[in-house]
Design a protein around this ligand. Structure first.
Ligand SMILES: [Zn+2]
Length: 157
């Protein structure tokens, strides 16, 4: 894991490398939210996701478990290496977006399933960055009825 700052965001994040042990040392293992054992398993199945921890910067003394999502065809294959050697630039992260895990519910057909959704809170001071990122993404529709999930869902498990 490594503490990094990317894309001019007003906070640092703790970046976990691919297949890095999902373990948190003191005091990181306290006040972790929301921790999802489901994602511990899924991270191993998806090369285009990275676990990140972000210290609550809105007045919370807690670390938030989030996921850096890349479209599979846009994941920079040498990203871990660049982070390790401190040679990454903002360009390496331009196709990433900070997401959160949530069970998403379709209001039309009642389908419910595990998803990753864009976590807009982290971009609230960087609206242009958020716009640039969300314009590039295709949000997912309900896999059961095909209608809008009315959420910024980027991935359905
Ligand atoms: Zn539906």
């Amino acid at each position: 894991m490594k503490l990094i700052q990317i894309e001019g965001l007003p906070f640092e994040l703790i970046y976990f490398y691919e297949n890095e042990l999902f373990a948190f040392s003191q005091p990181l293992n306290q006040n972790l939210r929301p921790f999802q054992p489901f994602m511990e398993k899924e991270l191993k199945n998806h090369f285009n996701l990275r676990l990140i921890l972000i210290k609550g910067f809105l007045g919370y003394d807690a670390y938030f478990v989030q996921y850096l999502y890349f479209e599979p065809d846009k994941f920079p294959i040498d990203l871990d290496e660049k982070v390790r050697s401190n040679t990454f630039t903002d360009a390496d992260f331009e196709d990433s977006i900070i997401t959160k895990f949530q069970n998403t519910y379709c209001i039309y057909c009642k389908w419910k399933g595990p998803t990753l959704c864009v976590e807009r809170d982290y971009y609230y001071k960087n609206f242009e960055l958020q716009l640039k990122k969300t314009r590039k993404l295709e949000f997912k529709f309900c896999p059961n009825c095909g209608k809008s999930l009315r959420q910024s869902v980027v991935m359905i498990f």
